[in-house]
Design a protein around this ligand. Structure first.
Ligand code: NAD
Length: 375
């Protein structure tokens, strides 16, 4: 069996789907690994690092591979190089991209979306949303600190005292929790909000203060899967009224609020941005899904009257080596479940819940119930 590691087409994608560490693990299972030249270079992994652990590096790496691993969903031009019947495993961004999924199905490959992995104990080690969101949360604070013209910690010096920066984190999932922890480590005074009641205790356990409208709707805002529900217009208005006053006094706002399969909720209006002090910084981690902050622009830092709104996309990719390392391990753990160790061959159990949750296409058709082409 052969696995190929694709080089990403998107010049803005620095991550790679394998590392020397995971190549070693695949080799130990008796799996051959071929890498497209330069696939790891933007993650600090030149080709020699891969050949040193037994991978082959070749421009033809993908041609006869049984499994192709990559970071982003393959484009039509890439699919032409894949063997029919091959598996391709990546972060597929399937929501709203049904046409692209149909193109993959037409190429006769079986595509798996890593971000649809169920959040069950068994699949924790394959949870790419968590591994990448954790790094994005960390990096969001670093970006904020870089854009902020002041220090984060309180500093008492002979020349006078500098107050600690006030950081407000909106959305306390994996990214938000890491943002809180990172901002606290830098010495900021941190507050946070979320619509899921379970987050209150988590925020407090990190030494931050929790702020939310704790009404009946809030008490039921978490789905059985642990995600947020889309809140009513009434709740959002109450939430905005509460946070508006708080936002005026903040130096840094980091937003991470998402609802699976829906556009990101708008949490910070242009008016709220304008109410902040010049020099303040907002980092919108939800920008790829429309953004939480009005005025945030994907891929850019916008200056609104001296207030900076950071809209970088692929924030985990800004810590590329760490992001690749964790993503590659997520992939290895999933592929291990698709492999029969005795016969050293591919053995996909199509009724396994991990496969059912992530498989998008098979035998020329889109098979995932959530992404059926519209009639
Ligand atoms: P996410 O990226 O989908 O959303 C980020 C946060 O935004 C969530 O906490 C959500 O509640 C919040 N949010 C949504 N609408 C909001 C609004 N209007 N105002 C404020 N906040 C809003 O979330 P995530 O990081 O993927 O985490 C979701 C949950 O899954 C968490 O409980 C997390 O601990 C859990 N989780 C479980 C596992 C596992 O069991 N294997 C793994 C990872 C995460």
């Amino acid at each position: 069996m052969k696995i190929a590691v694709a080089k990403e087409l998107d010049p803005a994608e620095p991550r790679v789907a394998a590392t020397p560490d995971t190549v070693k693990k695949f080799k130990a299972l008796g799996i051959d690994i071929a890498i497209e030249p330069g696939a790891g270079i933007k993650s600090g992994l030149p080709d020699q690092e891969f050949t040193a652990v037994g991978a082959t590096v070749s421009a033809d790496a993908l041609k006869d591979a049984d499994i192709i691993i990559k970071v982003k969903r393959p484009e039509a031009s890439e699919l032409a190089n894949y063997k029919r019947g091959a598996l391709v495993i990546a972060i597929m961004d399937p929501y709203g991209n049904e046409a692209a999924l149909k193109t993959i199905a037409d190429a006769g490959v079986s595509a798996f979306a890593m971000e649809l992995m169920p959040r069950i104990t068994r699949a924790q080690v394959m949870d790419v949303l968590s591994s990448q969101a954790n790094l994005a949360g960390y990096r969001a604070v670093i970006e904020a600190a870089e854009a902020f013209g002041r220090a984060f910690p309180m500093m008492m010096t002979a020349a006078g005292t500098i107050p600690a920066a006030k950081v407000f984190v909106m959305g306390v999932g994996v990214a938000g929790l890491q943002a809180i922890a990172t901002a606290r480590r830098l010495g900021a005074v941190v507050t946070a909000t979320d619509v899921r009641p379970a987050t209150k205790e988590q925020v407090e356990s990190l030494g931050a203060k929790f702020l939310a409208v704790e009404d009946e709707e809030f008490k039921n805002a978490q789905t059985a899967g642990g995600y947020a529900k889309e809140m009513s217009k009434e709740y959002q208005a109450k939430q905005a009224a509460l946070t508006a006053e708080h936002i005026k006094k903040q130096d840094i706002i980091i937003t991470t609020a998402l609802i699976p399969g829906r556009p990101a909720p708008r949490l910070v209006t242009a008016e709220m941005v304008a109410s902040m002090k010049p020099g303040s910084v907002l980092v919108d981690l939800a920008i790829e899904r429309g953004g939480n902050v009005e005025g945030a622009v994907a891929g850019q830092v916008t200056d609104v009257g001296g207030i900076k709104i950071v809209g970088y996309t692929n924030v985990a990719g800004r810590v590329a080596a760490s992001a690749s390392s964790l993503y590659a391990r997520n992939l290895f753990s999933f592929i291990e479940t698709l492999f029969d160790k005795a016969s050293k061959s591919l053995a996909v159990k199509w009724d396994d819940e991990l496969v059912k949750a992530t498989a998008l296409t098979k035998d020329g058709a889109v098979i995932h119930p959530n992404f059926q082409p519209k009639a």
